[in-house]
Design a protein around this ligand. Structure first.
Ligand SMILES: [Mn+2]
Length: 283
């Protein structure tokens, strides 16, 4: 199991780096594509299974799906290990089955795991709980090999995606109040040139929370986008609309949602909101 898991993560990493719609660290969708954008999954197994069911990638070759923030689940109880490495492995497998249709975007929890940057959530050190889960699932003698393969997988993620009808997809956007230190061109850099360190451009992009209309105007001009579909900020009811330009999605609980868009259609914000679907509605 551990040998094939390592192979799967490395193979998926290679496919991410050689994605044919990737330029630098940006994915550029084509007009005939449909894109299914998700919110943070945080190991939510049932929503992931519903997503696979909805996407039917084998019979929908122009449908693409974006996953981000897959790891660091909400464990059953305090101190319980985190088994989201299993979902991460299944997502990597999905990529190897449908290399042209499954995509990942960099997120702060994956980045933290990669950088051994401790994040605490409700008093837990989630990176440690994740490593304990890896040990339980794959065996403690394989922890190092699995974590190395996961690191390589995470480092291969692009930062953002955009569609020809001016929609931008990312885990989050840099903080408006620290924007002067942000490298706006990081999305155009290849993976091996990206600064993944704490406080670097990628870190700023995936951790940012405070956005302003001025920031959106500027990013929109630079990235050719009118709308921004993001995750990162938890949404109890599934989603939130901000400034009539941002839609934040959550996929980590039973009220989770996803958003399928057609890349050829012209949308306004109401039109996009109408397309939001609950995982609970996928039968
Ligand atoms: Mn996040």
């Amino acid at each position: 199991m551990s040998k094939s898991a390592v192979d799967t993560f490395l193979r998926a990493a290679d496919l991410n780096l050689n994605d044919n719609i990737r330029e630098g660290s940006m994915l550029n969708f084509l007009p005939h594509n449909q894109v299914v954008m998700t919110g943070d999954l945080h190991g939510h197994r049932r929503n992931f299974e519903k997503l696979i069911k909805y996407c039917k990638l084998q019979t929908s070759p122009s449908r693409h799906v974006i996953l981000h923030e897959m790891i660091h689940e909400h464990p059953e109880s305090y101190g319980a290990p985190d088994y989201s490495s299993e979902l991460l492995l299944d997502a990597a497998k999905w990529k190897t089955f449908f290399p042209e249709q499954v995509h990942f975007l960099q997120s702060n929890h994956e980045l933290a795991q990669h950088q051994n940057h401790e994040i605490s959530k409700g008093g837990r050190l989630v990176t440690n709980d994740f490593e304990r889960g890896v040990a339980e699932i794959f065996g403690s003698e394989h922890v190092e090999a699995i974590l190395d393969a996961i690191d390589e997988f995470i480092a291969s993620f692009p930062l953002a995606a955009r569609s020809p009808n001016r929609i931008f997809f990312a885990h989050s956007l840099p903080d408006a109040y620290r924007f002067d230190r942000f490298n706006i061109n990081c999305v155009h850099q290849p993976a091996y040139e990206l600064d993944l360190s704490e406080g670097g451009a990628v870190y700023q992009m995936v951790w940012g929370r405070r956005h302003t209309i001025e920031l959106l105007d500027m990013l929109g001009k630079t990235y050719d986008a009118d709308f921004f579909i993001l995750g990162h900020q938890p949404q109890d009811v599934g989603y939130e609309v901000k400034f009539d330009r941002i839609i934040i999605l959550s996929s980590e609980h039973n009220h989770g949602v996803f958003l399928p868009i057609n890349c050829r259609e012209k949308y306004d914000i109401e039109g996009l909101v109408k397309l939001i679907r609950p995982y609970a509605g996928v039968m």
